[in-house]
Design a protein around this ligand. Structure first.
Ligand code: NAD
Ligand code: UGA
Length: 458
């Protein structure tokens, strides 16, 4: 079969895999190949056991793989054959040298740019899919044109806004698709080629075009605004706990103002995930780089409150349980950074587990999808930790339960049965405010929600 276009994606991760599967699904006329340096990951994409858990993903991969969606380790061949190359490699926080702990580590990005330059034999459109510091396209263009060669490249920015756990829904029905390009004839042509792909299923009015720098920066700012909302509401939980106000009531009262809106105001043990923290720190670093120290400090506050919230959660457990956790058994209900994913990157559960272990507590960790990652995250930590998939078995004989992830199944657990099997007095710390606190109290638990009065029997 001949295809209208060859699309390549470099990086078969949480973004590359699902986004390309969606393009292949919606555009049978295009051949979509996803490549990665990690052969295990590629083998998993080619198997029945995909490397990431994402509701709805299996179905679209099954429908397209081998038809017009291909996973491969042949990067050079992929580059040669493609007209459009999405780059979706990881851009973690730098852990070394200048900017360590703040700036984006662009080594994977740069390697890809050099590899494209070295292999390309014809015109290519390079699409920035990874989240990058503003002005990265300039560096990309310099790398691509740093060798005497007639090949012409157009770099466009097309950041991804999907959230894990709802990736397929977000890709199928996005609020918007953002495409930033150079404001030249060639830049506009490249932009239009990308617009053409998305118009196969996204309404035209939801495809926003902009200059390339606005597009790069908008991605960082979107994540900064989203995490700022969580830190805003979480900061108020501390005040609620001091004043008997209830954070759910406050969030409702505030969020019903249509100017504020009611989404993303769920108080929690803190935000996690691979991107919020790294992207804000990246923004902070950029502001400092440009001498904008006040702006940098403003956004840094979002991360500071998040760290404070996680620490506060542990201190609340400690103080509620008579200031000692030594030898006490605590069940962490959930370990993923949010529901409907097995991803644990930057999950607040990691920080909390480590702190509880420092207090010499014994941990039992349960999660329907994230136990493998939890084992890796806590590998080498000295302390008693067990991993049990069944929540009833996990909480058996425990002194306390701490809810880390808002999995739907946790809401309908038989807490009477759980209470009977636990050590008394039994405690529940609901780090997601998903449980029926009054009912738990009536069963006999001492209940500690986030940002609400606690319900105790002593
Ligand atoms: P990931 O770590 O899951 O995947 C990245 C993949 O790139 C890995 O499989 C890695 O092996 C591969 N890779 C690295 N260097 C390579 C190279 N030179 N050649 C080929 N493959 C290479 O990362 P992710 O979560 O998919 O994130 C990718 C980018 O998308 C990041 O910039 C992230 O900020 C952004 N993003 C992520 C999400 C999300 O929900 N995870 C959402 C929006 C944007
Ligand atoms: C987030 C953004 O929502 C995406 O738009 C973006 O593309 C992505 O980051 C990215 O760039 O990686 P994600 O991290 O997958 O997506 O998940 P979110 O739903 O945003 O949740 C992030 C964290 O915030 C989770 O730990 C979640 O539990 C927490 N959260 C979210 C709250 O504590 N309260 C809320 O009201 C919402």
């Amino acid at each position: 079969m001949t295809f209208k276009k060859n699309i390549l994606c470099i990086g078969a991760g949480y973004v590359g895999g699902p986004t390309m599967a969606m393009i292949a699904y919606k555009c049978p006329q295009y051949k979509v190949t996803v490549v990665d340096t990690n052969p295990t990951r590629i083998a998993e994409w080619n198997s029945d056991d995909l490397p990431i858990y994402e509701p709805g993903l299996d179905e679209i991969v099954k429908a397209t793989r081998g038809r017009n969606l291909f996973f491969s380790t042949e990067i050079e061949r992929g580059i040669k054959e493609a007209e459009i190359i999405f780059v979706s490699v990881n851009t973690p926080t730098k852990t070394f040298g200048a900017g360590a702990g703040m700036a984006a580590d662009l080594q994977y990005w740069e390697k890809t740019a050099s590899q494209i330059r070295n292999c390309a034999e014809s015109h290519k459109i390079i699409v920035e899919k990874s989240t990058l510091p503003v002005k990265t396209a300039l560096a990309m263009e310099r790398i691509l044109t740093s060798q005497e060669n007639d090949t012409h490249f157009d770099v466009v920015s097309n950041p991804e806004f999907l959230a894990e756990g709802t990736a397929i829904k977000d890709l199928e029905d996005p609020d918007r698709v953002l495409i930033g390009s150079r404001e030249t004839q060639s830049g506009f042509k490249a932009r239009d080629e990308l617009v053409e792909i998305y118009t196969n299923w996204v309404p035209k009015e939801r495809i926003i075009t902009s200059n390339i720098w606005s597009s790069e920066l908008s991605k960082l700012v979107a994540n900064a605004f989203l995490s700022q909302r969580i830190s805003s509401i979480n900061s108020i939980t501390a005040l609620c706990e001091k004043t008997e106000a209830d954070i759910t009531e406050v969030a409702k009262a505030v969020g019903t103002d249509s100017r504020v809106g009611n989404k993303f105001l769920n108080a929690s043990v803190g935000f996690g995930g691979s991107c919020f923290k790294k992207d804000i720190l990246n923004l902070v670093y950029l502001c400092r780089h440009y001498g904008l120290n006040e702006v940098a400090s403003y956004w840094e506050g979002v991360v500071r409150i998040n760290e404070y919230q996680k620490e506060r959660f542990v201190l609340n457990i400690l103080s509620a349980m008579f200031n000692t956790l030594a030898g006490k058994k605590i069940c962490l209900l959930g370990f993923a950074f949010k529901a409907n994913t097995g991803d644990t990157r930057e999950s607040p559960a990691i920080f909390i587990a480590k702190k509880l272990i420092e207090e010499k507590a014994e941990l039992v960790i349960t999660d329907p999808e994230a136990l493998n990652n939890a084992r890796i995250d806590l590998d080498g930590i000295e302390g008693k930790i067990s991993y049990i998939e069944d929540p009833y078995e996990a909480s058996d004989g425990c002194d306390a339960i701490a809810v880390m992830t808002e999995w739907e199944i946790y809401k309908s657990l038989d807490f009477e049965k759980i209470y009977r099997s636990m050590f008394k007095p039994a405690f529940i710390f609901d780090g997601r405010n998903i449980l029926d606190h009054k009912r738990l109290f009536e069963i006999g638990f001492n209940v500690f929600p986030i940002g609400k009065p606690s319900l105790t029997h002593f």
